[in-house]
Design a protein around this ligand. Structure first.
Ligand code: GLY
Ligand code: MN
Ligand code: MN
Length: 391
């Protein structure tokens, strides 16, 4: 993506393409043509052709042998040969399955490369049928292999290190961006230059802006700071939220609200989450538990427990999403959970009139009979957090 002048935004590989090839380079296309009579066309990878100028200014681009070694694909062509080779592939197929970003919250408002690619195929081959690859890839990506799990565990471990660093660093008067800098220091000094999403460092009432990423306010004595951040390792995400007091001491009210969020999270992880349930069902369960906590905290009346709008005033988001190569990973909220899937568990209570918002977010692995908390080593229990800060 161009930035300005001759500058580009950093490249980040398309998650489906990375999943299927391990290739991190731009201008890459993977095609399968299982019906082709020649075996060499069953899997074909197109990669960028390098030249001395690219090697001098930008750096090394993969050779065909390197691309083959990384991806396991035997047949490698140059990207600029794609349309020539395409006629070979299209001749032996009727239906073309294409991967596009179908995240429900992504609203397309310009004709991006994915759409232009589809338009071009339809222009060149109008009599073929074009179909969605997404549902098939989703079924593969949702269940993590042992190798993927190991990578995600590393991203989570590094996220833990960054949090422990912040626990020591936190004090009244620092700026939110200084906390972000501590996190980035920990990540980059471990060779991890990417975050899985823009870090949210929200002190006081900034926590009421759910995707607050300005991170430019001062942390005031007596306030809480909501911190939602995660490392991205080998393109896999960690997604964690912790909310801690700027001065290391929770007030009585902060403690009450924290405990409510904490108990709800623990109940969901330790008792509720099981294979077979859907994220929609988890969301509904969490909302009904939340209603009782909101009554207990004096935020809503007993008679308002079934009033969705009232609950949303203090708990305006869902409990869980899938996580993997994308922080909000592929897959729908109607998908029954299966062992090997990873979801987040992130209840929150946001009280604008009291200047606070508390969210606690852990990533969990669905197991045969429940959920394994992948973040069980990251301080969460209120006294543990306070003691670490005070020491
Ligand atoms: N960091 C975005 C989320 O928690 O979903
Ligand atoms: Mn999340
Ligand atoms: Mn998060």
């Amino acid at each position: 993506m161009p930035r300005n002048g001759d500058q580009s935004f950093p490249y980040r590989q398309n998650s489906d393409l990375f999943y299927l090839t391990g290739i991190e380079q731009e201008q890459t296309i993977l095609a399968f043509c299982p019906a082709h009579p020649l075996h060499k066309y069953h899997e074909v990878l197109f990669i960028r052709r390098s030249n001395p100028q690219i090697e001098t200014w930008i750096g090394h681009k993969l050779t065909k042998q390197e691309a083959k070694d990384i991806s396991g694909v035997e047949t490698i062509f140059w990207f600029d040969e794609f349309e020539d080779q395409l006629s070979e592939l299209m001749y032996y197929t009727d239906s073309v399955y294409i991967s596009v970003n179908e995240n429900m919250k992504y609203k397309r408002f310009y004709n991006d490369a994915e759409l232009r690619f589809i338009d071009r195929l339809k222009f060149l081959y109008p009599l073929h049928t074009y179909k969605r690859l997404n549902p098939f890839i989703a079924q593969m990506r949702l269940v993590k292999t042992d190798e993927e799990l190991a990578v995600i565990r590393y991203a989570i471990g590094l996220t833990n290190k960054a949090f422990q660093r912040v626990l020591k660093f936190m004090r009244p008067g620092i700026y939110e961006y200084q906390i972000e800098a501590e996190i980035m220091h920990e990540f980059i000094s471990h060779g991890v230059r990417n975050v899985a999403y823009s870090s949210i460092i929200a002190s006081g009432n900034n926590a009421n802006v759910l995707h607050y990423i300005k991170n430019n306010d001062r942390c005031q004595d007596g306030d809480l700071v909501l911190m939602d951040f995660g490392a991205e390792y080998f393109n896999y995400a960690a997604d964690m939220t912790r909310t801690i007091p700027v001065n290391g001491h929770f007030t009585k009210r902060q403690r009450q609200v924290y405990q409510a969020v904490y108990e709800l999270q623990r109940t969901m992880i330790e008792q509720i989450i099981k294979p077979g349930l859907t994220i929609n069902e988890l969301n509904a369960k969490a909302r009904s538990l939340m209603a009782d906590y909101l009554v207990g905290l004096g935020l809503i009346k007993e008679s308002e427990k079934n009033d969705t709008n009232k609950i949303s005033q203090y708990y305006p988001h869902g409990l869980s999403h899938f996580m993997g190569l994308d922080v909000h990973d592929i897959g729908t909220r109607d998908e029954p959970l299966r062992p090997g899937m990873i979801i987040t568990v992130e209840p929150g209570i946001y009280i604008r009139e009291e200047g606070m918002g508390i969210r606690l977010e852990n990533d969990v692995l669905i197991t045969e009979d429940g959920a394994e908390d992948l973040m069980k080593d990251i301080p969460l229990e209120i006294n543990e957090v306070a003691n670490l800060m005070q020491s």
